[in-house]
Design a protein around this ligand. Structure first.
Ligand code: HGY
Ligand code: MN
Ligand code: MN
Length: 418
């Protein structure tokens, strides 16, 4: 199995962002090198490789019934900042491995199987899933000029930087009738499987984010000569809101809503100046839409009360607002059957992280397979899954693909197949 050495080889393609972990953001020279490398591995596996107009990478294994909708399987291989080496990568390299396993067993698919490396799953530009949103028509040409990263680089500018033409985004849209389903292998990024001692997660729901950018503007002033009662200090106002996000998430009706303030920028950022402006990005997630929106409403009401009391000006900009996704019973059943055929225990679960499957789930039946993350760590250099757990996940994916694609005619003629 070439999976482990390839994970290491891909992990070496890193933009060495300060902080010590692995960073390979979409539409960077490093990411372009990764596309070349993964495309070569897809070709080695005998797949027909192409890249669409927004940088999604595809590798097709034609089926014996080309008129039937294909099975899509894959994930992403861009990373967030200071990340680990398994998030997304397992779903792409594991799918290549699963194809090799099936071919070696003499299996030939009836439905075609199409591998995909989705571009931009991580939120470099605020919202994630850039490539999959383009595939379902949920990203406009205007969005590519509007959405920008922490340095102000827009998606369109970043795309041009790696030779892609943002004006051709519409060509990336898929015809959902051409696909039977999407199945994605991924690390859990949480500690439930490890805690329960169960090696495979069968995902039933995917929680979705509602993210906001909040700018609080008051009055920067001298930290020494401005009496406390005359201040309009943004950071103290923002700090109250950060704690309000935590309180509301903890008290959410669903009991599983999560709330995070992952970005907090203070300006001008001098020790002797009372902050004049704060920018904070808030991420609220749940698979229960009503509970999530109740928390969002509470956060916005809290923001108004704090701004009123402290005399602060407020600007709220939506970043993303996605719908939670339910996995399709037929795909879930194929994964469960693959687990039972391998004799491995499995656990039905909800994904707290979002994935491209969440986006494609608006148009296709989806399913996901999880393998454990040690100590639940992800989006961090210490992200780790043991080799045997990775291999078991690939085996379950191969079994699910075999069930979903069905056996091709040539396979019956040869009498081959596992
Ligand atoms: O943020 C997420 O859930 C995903 O890992 N990008
Ligand atoms: Mn991630
Ligand atoms: Mn991921």
């Amino acid at each position: 199995m070439k999976l482990h050495e390839r994970i290491e080889e891909l992990a070496a393609i890193d933009s060495a962002h300060e902080g010590g972990g692995l960073t390979r953001e979409v539409y960077t020279p490093e990411y372009a090198r990764a596309v070349e490398l993964v495309g070569g591995w897809m070709r080695e596996a005998g797949l027909e490789v192409r890249e669409d107009t927004v940088g999604n990478l595809f590798g097709r294994w034609p089926g014996s019934a080309p008129e039937l909708p294909r099975i899509l399987t894959g994930s992403h291989f861009d990373t967030t900042l200071n990340a680990g080496k398994y998030d997304g990568v397992l779903g792409v390299l594991g799918a290549i491995e699963a194809v090799a396993i099936l071919r070696a067993a003499g299996f030939a698919p009836r439905r075609g199987i199409e591998l995909v490396g989705f571009a931009g799953e991580e939120p470099r530009f605020g919202a994630g899933c850039v490539g999959s949103r383009a595939m379902v028509g949920a990203l406009t040409r205007e969005d590519l000029d509007r959405m920008a990263d922490r340095d102000g680089v827009t998606i369109a500018e970043a795309m041009r930087g790696v030779g892609l033409d943002p004006d051709r985004i519409a060509a990336a849209r898929i015809d959902p009738a051409g696909y039977d389903s999407l199945i994605e292998l991924h690390i859990e990024q949480g500690a439930v499987l490890e805690h329960r001692g169960i090696p495979i997660g069968v995902v039933e729901h995917i929680a979705a984010p509602h993210d906001l950018r909040i700018e609080l503007t008051g009055k920067a002033s001298h930290s020494g000569s401005t009496p406390m009662e005359l201040r309009r200090d943004e950071l103290t106002g923002a700090s109250e809101l950060v704690l309000e996000v935590e309180r509301l998430a903890r008290q959410s009706p669903s009991g599983v809503t999560v709330g995070t303030v992952g970005v907090l920028e203070v300006s001008p950022g001098a020790v002797n100046v009372v902050p004049g402006q704060v920018r904070m990005d808030i991420d609220i997630r749940d698979s229960d839409l009503e509970a999530r929106e109740a928390v969002i409403d509470g956060v916005l009401a809290g923001l108004d009360a704090i701004a009123e009391r402290r005399g602060l000006a407020v600007n709220v900009t939506p970043i993303t607002r996605d719908d939670p996704a339910a996995c399709d019973p037929r795909i879930v059943e194929a994964v469960r059957n693959a687990c039972e055929a391998l004799g491995t225990p499995y656990l039905g679960m909800t994904s707290g992280a979002y994935h491209d499957s969440m986006v494609l789930g608006s148009q296709l039946p989806i399913g996901m397979i999880f393998v454990p993350s040690r100590d639940g760590i992800s989006h961090h250099p210490d992200e780790y899954t043991a080799p045997e757990e990775l291999e078991l996940g690939v085996g379950v994916l191969a079994g699910a693909l075999e069930r979903l694609a069905g056996r091709g005619r040539s396979d019956r003629a040869s009498g081959g197949g596992p």
